[in-house]
Design a binder for this molecule. Structure first.
Ligand SMILES: C[S@@+](CC[C@H](N)C(=O)[O-])C[C@H]1O[C@@H](n2cnc3c(N)ncnc32)[C@H](O)[C@@H]1O
Length: 118
């Protein structure tokens, strides 16, 4: 989210948007978050590290999930324990109902079947 403090800096704008979503979502430290369409895991890692949440990232792309797992592997043990990445489609999630307390999805464009639950 661009504002007077960001100028044209895209990464600062992304950080602003994330902080706004955290605030508006009223997400507390006990959150167990499903990050749908996690890509390379950048946001999942930020959410987990900055907010101390458990975050599971899923993405359709095996390449991106591998990138996310590689990034996770470079973190310390405590940080790794709060993060997981899996290849999966939003249309066929491999989790039981009510496995998560929050769903986080950004910059994901896809189509969903009616009635999907996370
Ligand atoms: C533009 S990237 C955004 C990644 C990440 N959310 C971010 O903000 O950096 C969109 C991602 O959504 C994933 N995606 C699209 N449709 C999906 C679906 N049905 N299930 C899981 N992932 C999906 C794509 O594979 C891609 O990695």
């Amino acid at each position: 989210m661009f504002d007077d403090s960001t100028g044209d800096d895209f990464l600062k704008a992304c950080s602003n948007l994330n902080n706004m979503m955290v605030t508006k979502g009223q997400i507390d430290a006990s959150a167990n978050v499903l990050n749908l369409g996690c890509g390379n895991g950048t946001t999942a890692i930020w959410l987990s590290g900055n907010r101390n949440w458990h975050v599971t990232g899923v993405d359709l792309s095996g390449v991106r999930v591998q990138n996310a797992q590689n990034a996770r592997a470079r973190l310390d043990q405590a940080a790794q324990e709060k993060l997981a990445f899996e290849e999966a489609s939003a249309a066929d999630l491999p989790f039981d109902d009510a496995s998560f307390t929050r769903l986080w999805s950004q910059a994901v464009s896809t189509t969903y079947r009616k009635g999907i639950r996370a």
